[in-house]
Ligand binder design. Structure first.
Ligand SMILES: [Fe+2]
Ligand SMILES: [Fe+2]
Length: 146
């Protein structure tokens, strides 16, 4: 296998990881929607789900940074526009937000007025998370189609 083929294989597995993370998020959203129907807030349990998601993301981001996928792409595919996004900076920002959210959910006294307020915080996180992963996926696809 030549170097380029190996790199493409790695990028493909990175895309699979993106999908696994999206599945995990969908699982959380479905679980949340079911609870909402019953009208039961379960902050502690949500905190556990968010902890799991955080660990998954931390591993994913560590891998992206250690293997330097995007640094390599930047060097070898100068025609791809990164639109000034700093992925490493975004990683630490996203993880920090999840840490704070998980902590708030795990407090003995709920830190939220109600379930809705907690959901809004999660949705705000998801917006930024989607923006990050979508930008990466767009770049990976450009390389794979090149
Ligand atoms: Fe990333
Ligand atoms: Fe990623």
């Amino acid at each position: 296998m030549n170097q380029l083929t190996a790199f493409r294989k790695e990028l493909e597995s990175l895309l699979n990881e993106h999908n696994a993370i999206l599945d995990k998020i969908e699982e959380i959203i479905n679980w949340w929607a079911q609870l909402e129907e019953k009208g039961l807030p379960k902050y502690g349990e949500m905190g556990m789900h968010i902890h799991e998601l955080r660990d998954m993301l931390a591993t994913h981001y560590e891998e992206e940074e250690e293997k330097g996928y995007f640094v390599q792409i930047k060097e070898n595919y100068p025609e791809i526009d990164f639109k000034d996004q700093d992925f490493v900076k975004e990683h630490s920002h996203l993880l920090m937000q999840l840490n704070i959210f998980a902590e708030k959910l795990s407090l003995p006294e709920p830190a939220f007025k109600n379930w809705n307020e907690a959901m809004e915080e999660f949705e705000a996180f998801l917006k930024q998370f989607n923006n990050h992963e979508r930008a990466e996926t767009r770049i990976i696809n450009k390389v794979l189609q090149a």
